[in-house]
Design a binder for this molecule. Structure first.
Ligand SMILES: Nc1ncnc2c1ncn2[C@@H]1O[C@H](COP(=O)(O)OP(=O)(O)O)[C@@H](O)[C@H]1O
Ligand SMILES: CC(C)(COP(=O)(O)O)[C@@H](O)C(=O)NCCC(=O)O
Ligand SMILES: [K+]
Length: 260
């Protein structure tokens, strides 16, 4: 039986592109690894072999086969395994969906992460495989959101559905001022950047209108592409790359630790 050193929990956020594995000790989150879906069971096994984690907490929006393979891999370690599901309400946050369980767990947890830091209205924009936005009011009521294709998905669809826009014309996200391009490369980059900037601006405007308030809504940005966003967006918002994990940590910290 593994010896327990402290009470470190393993937190895993499985998105459609990749899984992020974090250690949670006290209140502190530490990035341990990012893995592809295929590599996740092996990477998790090697983490468990090196250290005695007291619990595993998992949030996944990937296919159920990814979770099946992960739980198979962790079974020999006899560690408490928790898969978090989207609730109707929890920890002072209320889901806006009538079919509450169909809201992505990553969206739910990112809102919960935001709510820990902010008791006034806020939106979370997640620039991951998909780009999502969700609005939460000052009472912790989720007011709804949007789902759109992410930066890679936009680029891939554009390249695959056209014949003269080719693979070496993939979009570059970084860059500050939006301009009109004068080559195919520039037109693709500026076109996709404009979609992201427009999404951001419309999300803020729509949130402000739905709230019917002049007090500026707070904006959290997360997801793998958020840090590449144009400077004009980054300076108006709070970049919180670990927001989903912060939400997952609320669940992990609320439960009594079990010893193995
Ligand atoms: N090491 C990386 N591997 C894969 N994607 C990455 C990496 N670093 C940044 N990205 C960007 O992050 C995006 C995925 O964001 P992420 O939030 O991880 O997605 P998801 O939660 O949907 O899996 C990709 O489209 C890619 O552009
Ligand atoms: C919208 C999402 C695809 C975003 O996933 P991600 O980009 O983080 O991989 C995911 O939250 C999901 O599958 N949601 C279920 C549908 C919904 O939230 O309504
Ligand atoms: K995500």
């Amino acid at each position: 039986m593994a010896t327990q050193r402290g009470n470190v929990k393993l937190l895993i956020d499985i998105g459609n592109t990749r899984a992020k594995l974090y250690g949670l000790e006290g209140g502190a989150l530490t990035l341990l690894k990012t893995s592809s879906h295929q590599q996740l069971p092996v990477d998790t096994e090697s983490l468990l072999a090196c250290r005695a984690y007291s619990q595993i907490w998992v949030a996944s929006v990937a296919q159920s086969a990814v979770i099946a393979k992960l739980s198979e891999a962790v079974a020999p370690f006899a560690v408490n395994f928790n898969l978090v599901k989207t609730p109707r309400s929890a920890y002072g946050l209320i889901n806006a969906y009538a079919k509450y369980e169909s809201l992505g767990i990553d969206r739910w947890l990112a809102m919960l992460g935001g709510r820990q830091q902010c008791k006034r209205p806020f939106i979370v924009i997640d620039f991951g495989t998909a780009i999502t936005v969700d609005l939460v009011d000052e009472f912790g009521q989720h007011k709804g959101g949007w789902i759109a294709p992410g930066y890679r998905a936009m680029t891939n669809v554009l390249l695959s559905d056209t014949s003269q826009v080719t693979a070496d014309q993939a979009a570059v996200l970084s860059g500050s001022r939006l301009t009109f391009g004068v080559s195919t490369e520039q037109c693709v980059s500026e076109g996709i950047r404009s979609a992201l900037i427009g999404y951001y601006q419309q999300a803020v405007t729509t949130a402000q209108t739905s709230l019917g308030s002049k007090i500026p809504v707070r904006v959290f940005l997360t997801g793998g592409d958020a840090a590449q966003l144009p400077a004009q967006i980054l300076k108006q918002a709070q970049l919180s790359p670990e927001l989903v994990l912060e939400g997952l940590a609320v669940y992990a910290n609320a439960e009594k630790s079990s010893d193995y």
